[in-house]
Design a binder for this molecule. Structure first.
Ligand SMILES: [Zn+2]
Length: 138
């Protein structure tokens, strides 16, 4: 699998493994499995898998702040508009993580697939919860 293709699929908010989708039910809610290939997006059943995507989102937000702040300073030096910079960056720090949220997830899956290729367990369906056995049938 080409790495470029993996990341281009992630940037399109599709499944990085197969390009299938949609990978999201809503902006903030990812499908549990890929509708195309069945890849279980949360690849760590014990939990904690998405800490990587949260970290990626944090790094991207800090990078956006640094690039925007330094860029504004360079462009407006020697008289930077400090008050406007404070308000702009405050708005950016609130909005950027929400806007970038779905990409943080798909890009993290792409990074994870780069270093930890797919395994049969990634496609195994979760077992039926114990409390739902024995539903009434007509
Ligand atoms: Zn897929």
């Amino acid at each position: 699998m080409g790495l470029t293709r993996l990341y281009l699929r992630a940037l399109r908010l599709r499944c990085p493994a197969c390009g299938g989708g949609p990978a999201f039910v809503s902006w903030f809610r990812m499908c549990p499995n890929c509708p195309g290939c069945g890849l279980h997006f949360d690849r760590e059943p014990e939990g904690g898998y998405w800490v990587g995507s949260y970290s990626l989102n944090l790094f991207a937000t800090e990078l956006a702040f640094a690039v925007g702040f330094v860029g504004a300073l360079v462009l407006t030096w020697p008289d930077p508009p400090w008050r406007a910079l404070v308000w702009w960056n405050l708005a950016l720090m609130i909005a950027f993580p929400m806007v970038f949220f779905p990409w943080s997830k798909t890009l993290f899956i792409a990074i994870d697939l780069t270093f930890r290729p797919r395994e049969p367990d990634d496609y195994r369906q979760p077992e039926e919860p114990a409390g739902r056995v024995g539903g009434r049938r007509p």
